[in-house]
Design a binder for this molecule. Sequence first.
Ligand code: 5GP
Ligand code: MN
Length: 335
Amino acid sequence: MLSIDQFYPQLNSPARIVVTMHQKPDGDAMGSALGLYHFLIAMGHEVTVISPTNWANFLDWMPGVDTVIDFEQQREKALGMIQAAHVIFCLDFNVLHRTKNMEQPLLAANCTKILIDHHEQPQEEAFTYGISNTAKSSTCEMVYDFIVDSGNLDKLTLPAAECLYTGVMTDTGSFRFPATSAGVHRMVATLKDLGLKHTRVHDNIYDNFLENRLRFIGYALVNRMEVMYEYNTALMYITRSDLQRYNIKTGDTEGLVNYLLTIQGIRFGALVIDREGERKWSFRSKGAFDVNKFAREHFNGGGHVNAAGGGSYDSLDANVARFKEVIKEYQHQLQ
Ligand code: 5GP
Ligand code: MN
């Protein structure tokens, strides 16, 4: 993978460009993809954003989201776009299998592939150019850096600013996680100068759910949470019938795992959800406990030191039992 600055000169030659991100895109994945989309359009390129799967309803207000192709819904059209692309940008993921059924078409595409990402241990050999920086708050911050460092800040528009703000806001827990640097605040200042209405973004993302989701959270906190004080750990498990009973959709469970870390002394929070097809884990920690490593070693996943995910095809009960078994190895680290 060559350094991304070697790609900057090519930004000035109009090209057919595909932008994609990880499956079930979150605020940072969708925000960085659409932020880059608006910028590349302003630079004169022909641009298509392809999401590997559907996404949460709370992202549907984002400028440009109506142009995004869902690979699972429009497979032939998406494959045509991938085959015809001169350049494919891959955002907010480190390994190609995070794009689910797009992994093979992306591998097969014979074009320039560019990675912009902040997760641990990227699959560098799969990309022509790229930047991977785990110290960055978000991929949106990195797309902003890409625009500034390539000398094109004048091509950053208000719609792009709204998209990029979204990912910085969601990936920093609204500007509280340690990666929220002075540079992040300077970036936000620049976006504000462009006319960004930040309250609109917060309201659209965080205060835009249906009643059932809040009742579901209450139910889960009362009935599905186990606090293991001997490990300073809290575990939550959500069954298939819980999801059905409260009509829980993609995105409704986002942020649920963070409640676990609000308990005094708890340093490790783990949530497992019995999704269709697989059991999906979310891990969060405070301090030095490395959940990226934990997810890789035990639950076929990865991510960042303090936020990671994983998956398993075993039953929910088997996953919960395995968690309770492996956590014993970490008692010392979690003190
Ligand atoms: P979340 O718990 O919000 O789904 O994910 C937390 C972090 O871990 C995100 O940065 C996400 O990209 C990453 N992540 C989630 N699931 C997986 C997975 O199965 N594999 C890998 N490598 N990373 C994941
Ligand atoms: Mn991210």
